[in-house]
Design a protein around this ligand. Structure first.
Ligand code: GLN
Length: 486
């Protein structure tokens, strides 16, 4: 029986009804991974033995009549920056090539408690810096819709795995768009929850005030299910909020009646491919037909998001990545060294790739005495202005709508030598991280055979409203039934 095309909720129903076993589900996904991975290259590592053992344990528990969590036996894949106990976690970097964490990230532990067998660890841009997954130190991932194109990034491996049917759902992180942009380019659903909704404990840090963990899935229901699995307070992450998350699936089904949406003019401006723009506007029309009240809204400071982000994110990265010094863990140079500083600098120069080195240097510069106020402090002030644009808009609207990515998937290598073009890939997603808001991407059509995603932005902890809009739209359109033909 072919099980890898089924969605997570279909798998969960079939498992509960004993139509198939968790072992069969895992084995079918593993053999599909074998069949397509030569082309897709979404996984840095698969864990077939432990996945099968986890599946067997679920099957045995079910046979023994034990109470199981609702998704028990549905497999998942993890971006390779979540610490997984006993399983190599590279963050796409040579510097962590042999790093085996002694503990699980909280999100990994929650998936374990929910009894989701783990298929493996997925490819990513080194330290989550990038928009195409080409910055991985290990391999280039192909977009399942066209293997010569990028899957987006930085969580490109997770997005490609889900789009290719290698996993029903997967986890990623989003600092400036790294869940939503690859979801858009791969034609799947991806959500960055509100900052604080999901624990970052055990997640390799890039820019701590922006990083957030979230789900990838092929439909909105599965996205809500995986969000519900990972959301909630964690004493190990002081930024995680204490109030209990709602039942996202129940919320999602409440319909779109009475919801109001704003279209930020600035997110439809220059740089958005005209064909992408008209696809989004057609989706917006559809939402209006479904009864959502829609208006244009001005958010003047949003135009400063990219420069603001590229001061704050590198500043935080230069501080976070200082810990990779070749002493406690990670790569250490084999070259002769004259002193401890020489050891640090040789180990770091060998271990980090060019984009990471560039960001560390940029961040160190903007944090240095004399430039701190001129760059870093100023960027923080601009960030506050951007956030207040959103606060004002949300006095009137429940959600905001925009393109997720200004273009569809670009060719591998096409933007690799053009850092500005690459950074513009996140022009619509970055403002959402700066404001700490939730955002998601849902498939809304195709341009020349390549998927387009619509971004739905929510208020702080407004995931329920976002999911209502996304689900209402999905029910009306059925884009999720179109799959990449591999
Ligand atoms: N592309 C952006 C960057 O390189 C965002 C990456 C992310 O969200 N992790 O920083």
């Amino acid at each position: 029986m072919q099980l890898h095309g089924l969605s997570a909720h279909e798998l969960a129903h079939g498992l509960a009804a004993r139509e198939f076993s968790a072992r069969e589900v895992v084995e079918d996904h593993l053999s599909h991974i074998k069949a397509v991975e030569d082309g897709v290259q979404a996984f840095l590592l698969t864990t077939p033995e432990t996945a099968c053992a986890e599946a067997d344990a679920v099957d045995q528990a079910r046979a023994a009549g034990e109470d199981l969590p609702p998704l028990a036996g549905v497999p998942v894949a993890h971006k390779d920056l979540f610490c997984t106990r006993g399983v190599r976690t590279t963050c796409g970097s040579r510097i962590l090539e042999d790093f085996v964490p002694p503990y699980d990230a909280t999100v990994v532990a929650r998936c374990r408690e929910a009894r989701l067998p783990v298929l493996g660890k997925t490819n990513m841009d080194e330290f989550a810096m990038g928009s195409s997954t080409e910055n991985s130190a290990f391999q280039v991932t192909g977009n399942p819709w066209d293997l010569e194109r990028v899957p987006g990034g930085s969580s490109g491996g997770s997005a490609a795995a889900v789009a290719a049917g290698e996993a029903p759902f997967a986890l990623g992180t989003d600092t400036g768009g790294s869940i939503r942009q690859p979801a858009s380019l791969c034609g799947i659903v991806g959500m960055k929850p509100t900052y604080g909704r999901v624990s970052r404990y055990g997640v390799v840090a890039y820019a701590s005030s922006l990083d957030q963990v979230g789900p990838f899935a092929r439909n909105v229901t599965d996205c809500a299910l995986l969000l519900g699995t990972i959301a909630g307070h964690d004493t190990m992450d002081a930024t995680s909020v204490t109030d209990a998350p709602p039942d996202y699936v129940a919320e999602m089904r409440r319909g779109v009646d009475g919801l109001r949406a704003g279209l930020p003019k600035e997110l439809f401006g220059e740089g958005i491919d005209p064909a992408v723009k008209s696809t989004i506007l057609a989706a917006v029309d559809k939402l209006a037909n479904l009864g959502i009240e829609i208006e244009e809204v001005e958010m003047p400071h949003v135009d400063y998001s990219l420069p603001c982000y590229y001061i704050i994110a590198p500043a935080e990265c230069s501080s976070n990545l200082a810990r990779y010094d070749g002493v406690r863990y990670g790569h250490r140079t084999a070259e002769p060294v004259s002193d401890i500083y020489d050891l640090f600098s040789k180990s770091r120069a060998e271990g980090f790739g060019p984009e990471v080195r560039l960001r560390i240097m940029l961040g160190t510069y903007t944090l240095s005495a004399g430039y701190y106020d001129a760059y870093y402090v100023k960027a923080l002030k601009v960030r506050t202005l951007i956030k207040s644009d959103f606060d004002r808009a949300f006095e009137k609207y429940d959600v905001l709508l925009s393109p997720t990515s200004p273009t569809t998937a670009f060719k591998i290598g096409e933007k690799a030598d053009d850092p500005l073009e690459m950074k513009l890939a996140d022009i619509c997603t970055i403002p959402v991280n700066l404001a700490g808001l939730p955002g998601m991407s849902v498939p809304c059509g195709f341009v020349e055979g390549l998927p387009v995603g619509m971004q739905i932005i929510g208020k702080p902890f407004g995931e329920p409203e976002m999911l209502r809009v996304a689900y209402g739209y999905e029910q009306a359109m059925g884009w999720e039934r179109r799959r990449a033909a591999l």
